[in-house]
Write a protein that binds this ligand. Structure first.
Ligand SMILES: C[S@@+](CC[C@H](N)C(=O)[O-])C[C@H]1O[C@@H](n2cnc3c(N)ncnc32)[C@H](O)[C@@H]1O
Length: 489
């Protein structure tokens, strides 16, 4: 560890000052400074043996000082909009090597906008911890720069810095910027992930399941991008990079076996159905048709009529639709046609949860409430096979990693109708058939009997997808807590 200088103490004092007295400024600048272990991790991976380094939003210079200890003060360059922080960074570098004239340090570490400074220059490594701000602030040239780069107005500043850094790193160079984990899945960061794929590949990745920046709960990661490296990192699967940090097992799904969409039609309903149905919904109507909301769906279990739920801002013990009244209503014909189309054997899938939650409506007697997704098999005999697919641990792990960083609790699973349709079918038909039988038994079981049968279904479906057992253990750890809720009482 290098000896701490007076200038280092000044950097600490400045950060404490921002944290304790100048929170608005800290938030406006996105000034949350990087812990030394993370700086070291980045330098270990990103620093060239010799050459030039840029931190485009250098703050008080944590990355620059650490890099200067390894490569010399003359190797480092930095910019920051905050003149106080830049002054401290310069002092610290001067203390690292007093032989380097101050004037030279002042040319290398400048008060400037990191998104527009350094035009026409390239560096062997571009690293650091750029500001995380949902939208760029006034002082920064950011918004127009963002526009010029073809990035949307909601792209996080940190991702705009990542985009810029790809231009500032020379051939064979490295980019390693701290990012919020939203970079993994956010739609607005999609063009930035695509730009990374166009220039190189993510060759190293750091992520933490806990916040590491004092004063902010944001979860962060560092994708280390090597310019010119291959194979390119698929812009749609960055979540998989972070999966291990969240305990989600890596899985490789079979390709070429066909998709669930070839066996069933997956449909989400719209607000129209929701508002249209509302006047015809009552509680426990004697001849009513059960209306199943997401909260009532557990794996292979409907809790309709057993636990209360909410629909259209009202609480119901057993929400049911008066179909006769709906059919008799002059304005209800489109809705009646919708109901008839839905009253067939199908799966009802809850939108989002700890695992994929789906239940089979074997008699075609239930209506889905938005946002429940209906999966209607082309051949009704496939119903239990389809339910078994939703209980396949590798698929659930795949969906969980896909949504890492999307704003859901990490590890949550969310599946849209389109994504359900795209799920691959199992490769092992025998294990799949066994899974289908077990899924049927699980749904027909008592609350006491169901957990064992669900676990057995998960094991059979792991085999059906040829996956190693890690995804089963992970899935069961999450699924059991739900399915044993009743039995635990
Ligand atoms: C999260 S801090 C990180 C500082 C430094 N990388 C570190 O870890 O010690 C982000 C820094 O970005 C600066 N900043 C904000 N917008 C900027 C911009 N457009 N150009 C350069 N720096 C900027 C802030 O002043 C702040 O010092």
């Amino acid at each position: 560890m290098a000896r701490r200088t007076e200038a280092d103490e000044a950097a600490d004092a400045y950060e404490r000052h921002l944290a304790d007295h100048d929170r608005d400024r800290r938030r406006a600048q996105g000034a949350f400074y990087t812990p030394p272990e993370l700086v070291a991790w980045v330098l270990d991976r990103a620093l060239p043996a010799a050459g030039s380094v840029l931190d485009p939003a250098c703050g008080t210079g944590h990355f620059l000082v650490a890099a200067a200890h390894r490569l010399g003060v003359r190797a480092v360059h930095g910019s920051d909009l905050d003149p106080d922080a830049v002054r401290i960074a310069r002092d610290r570098l001067h203390a690292v090597d007093p032989a380097v004239p101050r004037a030279e340090i002042e040319r290398r570490v400048v008060v400037a906008d990191g998104l527009t400074a350094w035009e026409g220059r390239t560096f062997d490594a571009v690293l650091g911890n750029p500001p995380f701000l949902g939208q760029l602030r006034r002082h920064s040239a950011g918004r127009s720069e963002q526009h010029r780069r073809g990035l949307g107005a909601y792209t996080d500043t940190s991702a705009v810095f990542l985009h810029r850094a790809l231009d500032l790193a020379g051939p064979g160079g490295t980019v390693a910027l701290v990012q919020p984990i939203s970079v993994l899945a956010a739609r607005d960061a999609g063009p930035v992930r695509a730009a990374v794929a166009g220039r190189g590949a993510v060759t190293d990745f750091w992520c933490s399941e806990r916040p590491v920046f004092e004063g902010t709960p944001v979860l962060t990661c560092v994708p280390v991008v090597r310019i010119g490296a291959g194979p390119a990192t698929d812009p749609d699967t960055w979540g998989a990079l972070a999966a291990p940090a969240f305990g989600i097992p890596p899985v490789t799904l079979p390709a070429g076996t066909g998709t669930l969409g070839e066996r069933a039609t997956c449909t989400a309903d719209f607000r129209d159905q929701y508002y249209g149905l509302a006047p015809f919904v009552g509680d426990g109507l004697p001849d009513g048709t059960p209306l199943v909301t997401t909260g009532l769906i557990d794996p292979a279990e409907s809790r309709w009529g057993r636990v209360p739920t909410r629909f259209a801002r009202r609480r119901y013990d057993a929400p049911s639709v008066d179909l006769a009244a709906l059919r008799a209503d002059a304005g209800g014909s489109a809705l009646a046609r919708w109901a008839d189309a839905r009253l067939v054997p199908k799966l009802l899938v809850a939108g989002q949860g700890r695992v994929i939650e789906a239940v089979a409506d074997e008699h075609g007697a239930w209506l889905p409430s938005v946002p429940v997704v209906s999966v209607v098999p082309h051949d009704p005999a496939d119903l239990w096979h389809l339910l078994a697919i939703t209980l396949a641990p590798p698929l659930v792990a795949h969906a969980a990693s896909r949504y890492l960083g999307s704003g859901l609790t990490p590890g949550s699973v969310k599946v849209s109708a389109r994504q359900l349709a795209a799920l691959p079918l199992p490769t092992d038909e025998v294990a799949w058939a066994e899974g289908a039988e077990l899924a049927r038994a699980a749904q027909h079981a008592t609350d006491e009997g169901r957990p064992d049968l669900l676990a057995a279904t998960g094991r059979a479906m792991s085999v059906a997808y040829g996956a190693d057992p890690a995804s089963y253990d992970w899935w069961w750890g999450r699924a059991r807590r739900r399915s044993w809720r009743e039995a635990d009482k």
